[in-house]
Ligand binder design. Structure first.
Ligand code: SAM
Ligand code: DTB
Ligand code: SF4
Length: 362
């Protein structure tokens, strides 16, 4: 029997005029055809064996005035979360140093705010400057931004701003009532105008239908410029939120969305984001095959668990994946090399004889 090639020619061009029908058609492709196309597009734009690693830190936790139904930090639900004020700068810098030492190239700081207040801005700007001076890329997610706030963050050197659309415009009002889809698009616009890179994605598994999933990707892919980073989160069901008992998502549908995101936004980093604690290694490998090339790295997301750093490095080793190095100036190269060595050592140390353990055991 002769093999059949996927029906449509594989285009790797960057487009901003996707139609709902085209997105649906991609999602409906047989799984192997879809993954083949996504992997082909991926290879045109990226090294297929590199994955970017970012570490998250919650710099202000809980008591958020917004009512996002998925979120453990919303003040509207009782999730038993311990609230925390804005973290001291020294603590943030220490966490950033530790993340860098473990091999992260980007440090993402998140705050449970509707938007940053005037009083908090100077602290946040200082955090950006100090974390950046460690040689890390910086990312923040602080809620809605006005034009002048975006400009202040950009001037402080913030590389990325994360602000998610979360779902389709149609499904949005089922999830959040305290701010609109338009508010979110306005913030993304302000971030772009200020010259920062955009990190924008959404959450799957909130009870949305297939059209909501492709609808979210359509919104992202038809923005005037694609987000440089597209986090695809699988809902982490947290007890006390209205979504604690939502039906599980079919894992293959999650992989399909990663693949469709890769095809529609060929040059963006697609992040296999929250929810990896509930994915086995095989599913994560399928997501990498489908074009995911970024992860959150470190045992905590903002408030919920993420796989252990060692386990991720071990998975990378088994799959032959290397952590992507950030763009850097020559003076930082040596330091970066030392980190790569440390990461490699961490991933392989079980293979070596540990004299201290032997003597402790005897
Ligand atoms: N308060 C800011 C905001 O909403 O823009 C920043 C922090 S907020 C926690 C950042 C993102 O985390 C949300 O937009 C949402 O996409 C994601 N998120 C929050 N809770 C989640 C959950 N339980 N599962 C998956 N993703 C979640
Ligand atoms: C994103 O899209 N996912 C991250 C990050 N951006 C800020 C947050 C995931 C949060 C998961 C729930 C928690 O740990 O609180
Ligand atoms: Fe607040 Fe952000 Fe959570 Fe919404 S997602 S409740 S805005 S912390």
């Amino acid at each position: 029997m002769t093999a059949t090639a996927p029906s449509t020619a594989i285009s790797t061009a960057i487009r901003h005029d996707w139609t709902l029908q085209e997105a649906r058609d991609l999602f409906e492709l047989p799984f192997n055809d879809l993954l083949f196309r996504a992997q082909s597009v991926h290879r045109e734009h990226f090294d297929p064996n590199e994955v970017q690693v970012s570490t998250l830190l919650s710099i202000k936790t809980g008591a958020c005035p917004e009512d996002c139904k998925y979120c453990p930090q919303s003040g509207h639900y009782n999730t038993g979360l311990e609230k925390e004020k804005l973290l001291e700068i020294e603590k943030v810098v220490a966490e950033a140093k530790a993340a860098k030492g473990k091999g992260a190239s980007r440090f993402c700081m998140g705050a449970a705010w509707r938007s940053p207040s005037k009083k908090d801005m100077p602290y946040v700007l200082d955090m950006v400057k100090q974390v950046k001076s460690l040689g890390l890329e910086t990312c923040m997610t602080l809620g809605m931004l006005k034009e002048n706030q975006a400009k202040e963050l950009a001037d402080a050197g913030l590389d990325y701003y994360n602000h998610n659309l979360d779902t389709s415009e149609k499904f949005y009002s089922h999830i959040i009532t305290t701010r609109t889809y338009k508010d979110r698009l306005d913030t993304l616009d302000n971030v772009r105008k200020a010259g920062m890179k955009v990190c924008c994605g959404g959450i799957l598994g909130m009870g949305e239908d297939e059209d909501d999933r492709v609808g979210l990707l359509l919104q992202l892919a038809n923005l005037p410029q694609h987000p440089e980073s597209v986090p695809v989160n699988m809902l982490v069901k947290v007890k006390g939120t209205p979504m604690e008992n939502v039906e599980d998502l079919d894992p293959f549908d999650f992989v399909r969305i990663i693949a469709v995101a890769r095809i529609m936004m060929p040059a963006s980093h697609v992040r296999l984001s929250a929810g990896r604690e509930n994915m086995n290694e095989q599913m994560q490998a399928l997501c990498f095959m489908a074009g995911a090339n970024s992860i959150f790295y470190g045992e905590k997301l903002l408030t919920t668990a993420n796989p252990e750093a060692d386990a991720d490095m071990e998975l990378f080793r088994r799959l032959g994946i290397r952590p992507e190095q950030r763009e850097q100036c020559a003076s930082e190269e040596q330091e970066e090399e030392a980190i790569t060595e440390a990461v490699e050592y961490e991933a392989t140390r079980h293979m070596f004889y540990d004299a201290t353990r032997e003597s402790a055991a005897s």
